[in-house]
Design a protein around this ligand. Structure first.
Ligand code: UDP
Length: 365
């Protein structure tokens, strides 16, 4: 009999497992996919770590989390500086003096602020949706070229129907600084993300290709432990009793190209509405790769359907209410705990996932 059955070998499950083991608890980890690591899993192609489930760039403001991940790997000095391609026009992200100067020919922060101040006049009163929020933050030009198309492709909904918090991740800076993140710590693990997961799961039994939500499997494994830490989809745990929670999904198309450098940067965002993909990732640039070939991945956003991978929770009113119903069921469970993006129906960055798993371990172990 194990102390814990941990369902899901992603960052949340693996961190919890590590903490449980450290505290002398025995654990068995089950993973539905045929590999561990959840969405941070990388596949090695042409000696390049290919981020199989989309670009993952580690960044945090939390020194404890930064030190924590260093137990498992050193981190390189990668700084995320994506470039937007709007109908062939290359503009720096996040929105900063490089962007403003290229767009409007301005040279100083004062000149850039004056342009934005003029353009934001069209919004009077409190912004009511993502469109209004974006225009009041950076003006109409940037909204049209860098936000509208990308966001509507990503979410499959009009910007006027989306909540403004979605873009609160994006900094606006009046300095010539292309760093996408404001966090003081950033980098990619040297040796790849798999190394971090391997470190977290070291010495812990993991069974791959086991879907705990299948009735028979569940019956068999639930008996094997005193408590369960579940990181899968919360609605699946309860047999979709109130219906499906909705997600946005992504489809990835990867190619190996016979060139050492395809786009000169790891991430190019295609911000127009017509190009069907949102991003092209050239994986080698995350690690300053000098391989002869390169691997690129085109990222196509799509609606999630059961059986495909769920990426972004759709935290609109309908889904938030539905989640609350599942949450109430989860709270009524004894000796079953729910953790992570899918179980808590909440998008989270890697550092938040690790911190939350650590806290959960502290709370219940
Ligand atoms: N966004 C945008 N233009 C861009 C990049 C991002 O308008 O070129 C907006 C978009 O609404 C997106 C949000 O910012 O959903 C967060 O984007 P980010 O790339 O940070 O999210 P990720 O998918 O990488 O977690």
């Amino acid at each position: 009999m194990y102390d814990y059955l941990i369902v899901g070998a992603g960052l949340s499950g693996a961190t919890f497992a590590y903490e449980a083991k450290r505290r002398g608890k025995s654990c068995l980890v089950l993973e539905r996919r045929e590999h561990f690591g959840g969405n941070v899993y990388c596949e090695s192609i042409e000696n390049i770590h290919v981020h199989k489930y989309g670009a993952h760039i580690f960044h945090t403001h939390d020194k404890d989390v930064w030190e924590y991940v260093h137990r498992f790997a050193d981190f390189n000095h990668y700084v995320n500086s994506p470039v937007a391609n709007y109908k062939g026009e290359m503009l720096n992200l996040p929105f900063n003096m490089n962007t403003f100067s290229k767009l409007w020919g301005v040279r100083t922060p004062e000149e850039a602020m004056a342009v934005i101040a003029e353009q934001r006049k069209e919004i009077t009163g409190e912004p009511q949706n993502l469109e209004e929020q974006a225009i009041s933050l950076v003006g109409r030009d940037i909204y049209e070229k860098l936000i509208r198309g990308y966001t509507e492709k990503q979410w499959g909904r009009k910007c006027t129907e989306l909540p403004s918090f979605i873009i609160s991740r994006l900094p606006v800076r009046f300095t010539y600084d292309n760093n996408y993140f404001n966090d003081p710590y950033q980098g990619i693990p040297i040796g790849g993300y798999n190394k971090v997961i391997e470190g977290l799961l070291d010495g812990i039994p993991v069974e791959l290709s086991v879907d705990f939500t299948e009735a028979k499997t569940r019956e068999l494994y639930a008996k094997k432990a005193k408590r369960i830490l579940y990181t899968g989809m919360i609605d699946a745990y309860f047999g979709y009793e109130f219906g499906n929670l909705e997600y946005r999904s992504l489809r990835f198309e990867s190619k190996t190209l016979d060139t050492p450098n395809f786009q000169g940067v790891a991430v190019v965002n295609y911000t127009d509405a017509e190009t069907p993909f949102t991003r092209v990732i050239e994986h080698k640039h995350f690690e300053f790769g000098t391989q002869e070939k390169t691997v690129v991945t085109y990222e196509y956003p799509c609606e999630w359907t059961p059986g495909t991978e769920a990426y972004y929770p759709v935290n609109d009113e309908k889904n938030t209410a539905l989640y609350a119903k599942y949450r109430a069921l989860a709270e009524a469970e004894t000796d079953v705990f729910f953790l992570g993006r899918l179980a808590e129906y909440k998008y989270s960055d890697m550092d938040d996932a690790i911190a939350a798993a650590y806290l959960k371990a502290q709370e219940i172990l």
